[in-house]
Design a protein around this ligand. Sequence first.
Ligand SMILES: Nc1ncnc2c1ncn2[C@@H]1O[C@H](COP(=O)(O)OP(=O)(O)OP(=O)(O)O)[C@@H](O)[C@H]1O
Ligand SMILES: [Mg+2]
Length: 205
Amino acid sequence: MNDIAKTSSGNVVWHQGRVSEDDRRGSLAQNPLTIWLTGLSGSGKSTVAYDLEYELLDRGFKAFVLDGDNVRHGLCGDLGFSADDRAENIRRVAEVARLMNDAGLIVISAFISPYRRDRDGARRVIGEERFVEIYLSTPIEICEQRDPKGLYEKARQGRIPDFTGVSAPYETPTDPSIRLDTSALNRRECMDRLLEELLPHASRK
Ligand SMILES: Nc1ncnc2c1ncn2[C@@H]1O[C@H](COP(=O)(O)OP(=O)(O)OP(=O)(O)O)[C@@H](O)[C@H]1O
Ligand SMILES: [Mg+2]
């Protein structure tokens, strides 16, 4: 158990299962990872995440995407976009990613996750050895031109409060494992770059 776990009751005791992490790696023939995509709205997180999930499954890996908008349809449907709600959003997602990693799966997460403190919190919950930070560094001008959901236009009109890059900050990752500018690389090139880096980590040695 990690030392930052909090419980509201003192009467909670961890119950150790009988299947070891190593047994699970063997049974699934892979190393669990959380591939954490961060970047502005429209930078390409969801597109890249689902492309990568497809490519990994095609190679026999067991992977699953946790996507920002999708998670807000259920688990995080009660949260908004204030800094506190974003922190809670990322905390919950990190706990889910950790459970999925404990189950042996590869998680690909696609969240703006604009605050460094929240991303670092996710890294602590998930574990340094499993967490791979990927920064989608697509410039805001390009994201805004793409505006796939029309959100920048609304945000510029003042119709969306706390919109990252317009009325709320984005804190750039200081030391990501990979940087991808999706305005300079096409979708295939993004996959080639990611797979080159990730397959050696995901494959069971
Ligand atoms: N190389 C590329 N990789 C990914 N997306 C690309 C690329 N080139 C162009 N695009 C386009 O950029 C847009 C990215 O939108 P996408 O929904 O993936 O962004 P997002 O980061 O998930 O945004 P949000 O935070 O709002 O969910 C899509 O319309 C996609 O087709
Ligand atoms: Mg998205």
